[in-house]
Design a protein around this ligand. Structure first.
Ligand SMILES: Nc1ncnc2c1ncn2[C@@H]1O[C@H](COP(=O)(O)OP(=O)(O)O)[C@@H](O)[C@H]1O
Ligand SMILES: [Mg+2]
Length: 365
């Protein structure tokens, strides 16, 4: 958000906040519940026949919701068309959401490769998202405004040196575990801090929410970016803005931290339900194909249908080492069973995995 403002510069404190404000009894109780749900999610994610099934689906939904928080709105249909149909011409919002997906996947690779998240990594993620080289803000004039009243609610630091210093402090906080504070509590704290530093001209909300998911991987609480937290935020958007602001105006860390902790618990439970549904659908699909087309059945074939909600001849050719004619027969057989539905897009035919697609569309997670 950019707006001219004459307000004096802010006085954002470095991390950490005072311990008595962030480890209250209410926070610690909620932290246990959130940690249990997240641990269950981590374990259950391993039971999927192939981790890409969940990662592909959740990452796209997270990209859609996190962008939706910033009023960048597209649909599941448009996103999948853009991903799978060569002839698709995605609109601006759809392209932006797909860039978010790329940035999140890139960030995940970065974390896994390096084992830490530093300032350079954060800048690289924002660059991937926004497709520009601007880096940290160097010009004044950025203010957070209330969209309804146009009133300036917060002016982030606008001096490049101050921003760099606060970001260095945030980097240390992200990578130092010697304080023994639960990483779930720290996730809430670092998100407030990142959004308050607001280091970039644009993309701060989305970059910050990518960091949230990456932080969980960094701390070993997830193996893959499968927590779809932006769904909770978009459903509780008023509280999200209000509580970010109350940390600043009322030192109200407790309600902010509780908000994020509840979001983690709620989203983990939703995602657990969805994994169970995917697992059930997977077994049903296996049985159906085994029964009606035992000749074409293999677990690898079924996995392909679940990794890509739209299947194509070339996927089967590459993954299963089939020739095009055989792959095409397989897809036709699956279409006869009602599992796939052929759609002609430009010069190609893509096959929608109908039950999976409906499941992903319906699920909040
Ligand atoms: N009062 C506030 N204090 C701190 N951060 C805020 C406040 N209100 C909103 N934000 C953060 O600012 C984000 C919007 O910043 P912006 O740079 O426009 O992000 P994006 O480009 O991803 O839309 C919001 O998603 C939220 O995370
Ligand atoms: Mg914006």
């Amino acid at each position: 958000m950019v707006l001219k403002s004459n307000k004096p510069n802010n006085n954002l404190q470095k991390l950490p906040p005072k311990q008595s404000l962030i480890e209250t009894i209410a926070i610690l109780k909620q932290e246990s519940r959130s940690a249990v749900a997240l641990a269950e999610l981590k374990g259950l994610a391993r039971t999927l026949p192939n981790p890409h099934i969940l990662v592909n689906a959740v990452v796209l939904k997270e990209a859609q919701a996190s962008s939706g928080i910033e009023n960048i709105v597209t649909t599941q249909d448009k996103l999948y068309q853009a991903l799978y149909a060569k002839s698709a011409k995605p609109d601006v919002a759809t392209k932006e959401v797909l860039r978010y997906r790329e940035a999140l996947l890139m960030g995940t690779d970065l974390i896994k490769e390096k084992g830490f998240l530093n300032v350079n990594g954060i800048v690289a993620i924002q660059k991937e998202l926004e497709e520009n080289n601007a880096g940290f803000r160097k010009l004044p004039g950025t203010a957070l405004i209330n969209n309804l009243t146009n009133e300036v609610i917060y002016t982030p630091p606008d001096n490049f040196e101050t921003i760099s210093e606060l970001m260095k402090n945030l980097e240390e906080y992200l990578n130092d575990d010697s304080d023994n504070v639960s990483p779930l509590i720290k996730l809430a704290i670092q998100h407030y801090q990142f959004e308050s530093i607001h280091p970039f001209y644009d993309g701060n909300g989305r970059t910050g929410r990518i960091i949230n998911v990456l932080y969980l991987i960094l701390k070993g609480l997830l193996n893959e970016p499968v927590l779809y937290l932006s769904s909770f935020i978009i459903q509780n958007k008023g509280d999200y803005y209000r509580l970010l602001q109350e940390v600043r105006t009322k030192n109200n860390w407790e309600d902010w931290i509780l908000y994020i902790l509840k979001g983690i618990e709620h989203t983990a439970i939703e995602t657990i339900k969805q994994i169970n549904q995917i697992n059930t659908l997977f077994s049903q699909t296996q049985q159906m194909v085994q029964k009606h087309y035992p000749r074409i059945y293999s677990k690898d074939l079924i996995e392909q249908l679940f990794i890509h909600p739209y299947c194509k001849i070339e996927f089967l050719v590459n993954a299963l080492n089939l020739n095009r004619k055989t792959a095409s027969t397989y897809l036709k057989n699956l279409e006869e069973l009602g599992i796939l539905k052929a759609e002609i897009k430009g010069k190609e035919t893509i096959f929608l995995h109908v039950p999976l697609y409906d499941l992903l569309k319906k699920g909040k997670a």
